[in-house]
Design a protein around this ligand. Structure first.
Ligand code: HEC
Length: 179
């Protein structure tokens, strides 16, 4: 029976002395992982100040027979920031990193035969960052309801599924610039 090896002793004492830091470190790593997982599920994007951007197009989806009526019935406008604009206008792809597009949707009401925008239903954004959002075509997707609550919590997978299937030739962006 030899004594405890000095190195083990040292190590044990060190472990005890620093146990709380090891635990705290572990907790921080765990928190970081949780935060990372949450960020993956709910892309941490901010509602941009898009009203100063360039208007790309407008569309009214008024007929329940339209395939997007349930989700996107109403009047919507699409805006592009300065980085996204050349790609949208000239249909040049891919969009550069930093490109942002907004889709803002309002209810419509019929006022004496005119469709007029009513309450805001949804603000949706696509943000290009090829590295950060590589699982969804390089685009981060997020949307907010009228109260500002973030709606995307699947990492944008369901948004991307539709954009990927129907707009793969235009870097997953549908909107063409209305001149
Ligand atoms: C079922 C298909 C579908 C789904 C799901 C979908 N979109 Fe779209 N999205 C479209 C279509 C179609 C347009 C083009 C509308 C137009 O031409 O005015 C569009 C347009 C957009 C635009 C403007 C840029 C562009 O591609 O024209 C943004 C931003 C956007 N969607 C974000 C989202 C977000 C965020 C989600 C998920 C919350 C989402 N979309 C889910 C079909 C879809």
């Amino acid at each position: 029976m030899g004594g405890v090896h000095p190195q083990t002793l040292n190590h044990n004492t060190l472990m005890k002395r620093h146990a709380k830091w090891f635990i705290a470190g572990g907790a921080m790593v765990a928190l970081a992982i949780v935060a990372w997982a949450a960020e993956q599920a709910r892309p941490n994007l901010k509602q941009p100040d898009y009203r100063r951007w360039t208007h790309v197009k407008t569309m009214v989806i008024f007929d329940p027979a339209h395939p997007l009526y349930n989700d996107f019935g109403g009047i919507h406008h699409v805006y592009a920031n300065a980085t996204a604009l050349p790609s949208t206008q000239e249909q040049k792809f891919p969009f550069p990193d930093g490109s942002q597009l907004v889709f803002v949707l309002y209810d419509i009401k019929n006022v004496d035969g005119a469709y007029v925008a009513a309450d805001k239903k949804l603000t949706a954004v696509m943000v290009k960052n090829s590295a950060r959002f590589k699982d969804t075509g390089g685009w981060g997707f997020q949307a907010w309801d009228a109260q500002g609550r973030a709606l995307v919590n699947d990492g944008g997978a369901s948004c991307f599924a539709c954009h990927r299937d129907k707009a793969s030739k235009t870097d997953y962006v549908f909107s063409r610039f209305e001149r």
